[in-house]
Design a protein around this ligand. Sequence first.
Ligand code: AVJ
Length: 320
Amino acid sequence: MKPGIEWRKPRATADNEQFADDLHAALGRTPKAISPKYFYDETGSKLFERICDLPEYYPTRTELALLQTHADDMVAQMGGQVQLVEYGAGALRKVRLLLDAMPRDSVQFVPVDISGAHLLSACDGLAADYPGLAIQPLVADFTRQHTLPPCARGSRRVGFFPGSSIGNFTPSEADAFLRLAAAELTGGGLLIGIDLVKDEAVLHAAYNDAEGVTAAFNMNLLERARNELGAEFPTDGFQHLAFYNPAYRRIEMHLRATRPLELQLGGEVYVFNEGETLHTEHSHKYTVEGFQALAARAGFKPGKVWTDANRWFAVLWLEA
Ligand code: AVJ
């Protein structure tokens, strides 16, 4: 396998035009709602990394510990030569724990992320720390049709989807993603992290941190609209709202209008009543059994499961 970073030209999936179209659509519907993928510009990606280090935000820490303890066992499920595809790669922190357990020349690493500049600088850092590792970053929205580099002969393609990022999807979106993944990973498998159903107070604190980093992360969506699309709205017009919705077993994040107000975007005026929200994210929580059933319907065969003593988080191996 050819070592070093090979740069694949991004397709125009994450540009301003798409953001503008989606934001218009989001503000025009009732209730107002937008995809959380628009959190992740450069600033948003950095804020998310700060969230991962917050004392209240247990998922990152818990999953890192699982990867640390069980990397050998996880890698053993994957088989010899692999093309390792990380969906929503971000800072490339977790994958290092897997790479440390794999012979350098047995893996072709394909990190996929929507945030191009952020992905490339993360790849530079990874290449410096893992000389000789073949890295082929792909800037793309992995929920849409995308083309992975060809998998070398004799290699299995293995997906890595940590962080419970799948929680951002509704169950039907999760089903669609898992079907797409099962198709492109056929003959290999998927290593996926999921956040488990737990005490509501623990969940609530994780999305309402004392330092207000999660609030800034949520508000960054409006900052992007202002800076990139010229949106106009009162600066103090919105506040962060995050709560657990037990009926759907999910955390919901919203931007709530603190008073009746208008948001102008590209010649359109969108009205918010006092207390009305723009729904920005949901973060679904699962049981191991519930998630395995969802994955099985999408074409995976559930395998090993690793979980912490509190059963707050789980990493699952799924055969494709
Ligand atoms: C990246 C989707 C897993 O849902 O916990 C963290 C994003 N939002 N704090 C999550 C997030 C607010 C995170 N995921």
